[in-house]
Design a protein around this ligand. Structure first.
Ligand SMILES: Nc1ncnc2c1ncn2[C@@H]1O[C@H](COP(=O)(O)OP(=O)(O)OP(=O)(O)O)[C@@H](O)[C@H]1O
Ligand SMILES: [Mg+2]
Length: 294
């Protein structure tokens, strides 16, 4: 082999190694000069999610049109907008279900979401709740949470292994959070629609996600269940980051009531139409015209 070929081979190998390192975190310096480990979430710049210029086309129709959005670590962001605005498509892009035609999406400063498969996105710390509850109807509430815990690949447990004290404590904490402590032994299929939604949120929490994506979480809930869901989300804010998509304005109101400056984003035709406090977006003429005034 000639020296030129050897050198070319080394360059290709080096490029490959760099690409692989970049796939997760690129080993960039985190706060206090500590180097971020591969796959570790880097929040040095304050944001947990950055979407930049994301475009998704379906047969020429742009479901997302140069969408840019940034969510701070610990933030609870409400996203509203008319049917077809692209809210669910945005979640599909974040979770690796849909690949955009253009743009960038990062989790923290370094994890490039567009290079990860759906399962890798979940493992990196993004939990997603779809609109329809999907719990194991034949198992009890407790068993559903236990299964969610053991399905977490970071926890080296088989379905048959016994729960540790810490794991039992965590299930207890989550049962309290989701208001199902006294229903732990109940078969999940017998729960109300709202309780099933909470159980599914509890199952997500068992995997300790840093970012939760919640698509119309209170659709079909009673007023009381909706209020309790707002309380639950507010109790998760800070410790987790949440992106909540909802049409129920009363619910958005409850989620923002503790902080009148809390940001709400309005999506329309695949991009951000307005962003600001709930009062600001409600007073925005364009928002009233395309959404709230209908
Ligand atoms: N797989 C797909 N193929 C073709 N068009 C799609 C696909 N997924 C979404 N769309 C279209 O993209 C647009 C955005 O859809 P999306 O579901 O993201 O809207 P949304 O804001 O979640 O609406 P809603 O409030 O009704 O849930 C819609 O016009 C929809 O019909
Ligand atoms: Mg939707």
């Amino acid at each position: 082999m000639t020296p030129e070929l050897l050198e070319a081979g080394a360059r290709v190998r080096q490029a490959y190694v760099e690409r692989e390192q970049e796939r997760f975190s690129g080993g960039r310096t985190a706060s206090y000069g500590r180097v971020v480990q591969p796959g570790e979430l880097d929040l040095t710049h304050g944001a947990i999610l950055y979407l930049d210029d994301i475009t998704v086309s379906f047969d020429g129709f742009k479901a997302l049109d140069a969408l840019s959005l940034s969510i701070d670590a610990g933030e609870l962001r409400c996203i509203i907008g008319p049917n077809g605005a692209g809210k669910t498509t945005m979640m599909d892009v974040i979770t690796g279900k849909t690949r955009p035609d253009a743009g960038r999406a990062h989790f923290g400063s370094t994890i490039d979401l567009l290079r990860l498969r759906e399962s890798e996105v979940a493992r990196a710390g993004i939990g997603r709740k779809f609109q329809k509850p999907s719990v194991f109807e034949h198992l009890t509430v407790f068993e559903n949470l236990e299964l969610a815990l053991k399905a977490d690949r970071r926890v080296r447990a088989s379905v048959f292994s016994r729960l540790s004290g810490a794991q039992l404590d965590r299930i207890g904490e989550v049962l309290t959070l989701i208001h199902l402590k006294d229903q732990a032994e109940r078969t999940a299929g017998l729960l109300s629609h709202g309780q099933k939604q909470w159980l599914e949120i509890g199952m997500l929490l068992m995997q300790d996600p840093r970012l939760l994506l919640l698509d119309e979480p209170v659709a079909g809930m009673t007023d009381e269940e909706t209020e309790r869901t707002a309380e639950l989300f507010l109790s998760l804010e800070g410790e987790h980051s949440l992106v909540v998509v909802e049409h129920d304005m009363k619910f958005i109101h409850e989620l923002t009531r503790d902080n009148p400056k809390k940001k709400v984003t309005v999506l329309h035709e695949g991009s951000v139409l307005a962003e600001g406090s709930l009062a600001e977006v409600q007073a925005n003429d364009k928002v009233v015209e395309v959404y709230l005034g209908r």
